[in-house]
Write a protein that binds this ligand. Structure first.
Ligand SMILES: [Zn+2]
Ligand SMILES: [Zn+2]
Length: 248
């Protein structure tokens, strides 16, 4: 059984309970991390995932709340004893942003810092992200102010599928990405340009035929009563909480 750890569940600005939205997909002690807008290593440790257990990092898009913690991620895995290379995946603008952030720091004196292996992902529906003994991960573009990808994560060993919308308006490509998944992790910042309301996220889950829906990228002070209308469309919906985990 694979697990998604909700390392963070907040929007770019949220309340004191939530940091920026970051996820880790874990299978048998190894993890693929998605986004690093804040101190993702602290959140990984809180989830019981050590710096050597991270097989890959996916940066979904260039916004600070998803990419700005990359230099801190590198510093902390290096000091934490990581020596093997780290594979980093993303569409071109996301990778460029992470590189720029990292290059803003003088790291020439960091002895034995892990090699960064950059992997470009096409900004197109069904784009291949990575495939190994544990995962088959593909992507699809969302609709946001900048190029962005959502992810479809298949657990090769257990057969479960989870999808993550990343930052997006309600969008058909994300419905197709999530088709038949056990779990959809969808953003719900609100019903304004580039983002999604609770009710529209529920509609996406219903159209995609997923079993469950967890909402992330949440604004301040959300409360369960806010889900009343969304539950009429899709009963199996809940707000994600920092430190939460879901099997799929
Ligand atoms: Zn964004
Ligand atoms: Zn965001």
């Amino acid at each position: 059984m694979a697990v998604v750890h909700l390392l963070g569940t907040g929007a770019a600005f949220s309340d004191a309970r939530r940091t920026t939205t970051m996820l880790a997909f874990e299978s048998r002690g190894r993890a693929v991390v998605v986004d690093c807008g804040a101190d993702v290593v602290q959140r990984l440790l809180a989830a019981g995932i050590g710096v050597d257990a991270v097989d890959a990092l996916v940066v979904t898009h260039e916004h600070p709340d998803h990419a700005a913690g990359f230099p801190l991620f590198m510093e902390r895995i290096w000091i934490g004893g990581r020596r093997r290379p780290i594979d980093v995946y993303g569409i071109a603008p996301a990778i460029a942003q992470a590189r720029r952030c990292y290059e803003a720091f003088e790291t020439g004196g960091w002895k034995d810092v892990p090699e960064i292996r950059w992997h470009g992902v096409e900004h197109s529906e069904g784009a291949h992200v990575l495939e190994d003994a544990r995962w088959r991960i593909t992507a699809a573009p969302g609709t946001h102010g900048v190029p962005v990808i959502g992810l479809r994560v298949e657990d090769v060993l257990g057969g479960g599928v989870a999808a993550y919308s990343c930052d997006t308006e309600p969008c058909d490509a994300i419905v197709r990405l999530a088709r038949g998944a056990r779990l959809l992790v969808h953003e719900a910042s609100g019903g304004f340009k580039g983002h999604t309301s609770n009710e529209d996220a529920a509609r996406v889950a219903a159209e995609a035929g997923t079993e469950r829906l967890v909402l992330v990228h949440l604004p301040p002070d959300v409360k369960d009563a806010d889900l009343e209308e969304a539950r009429r469309t899709f009963p199996q919906v809940e707000f994600g909480e920092d430190g939460g985990r879901d099997e799929f």
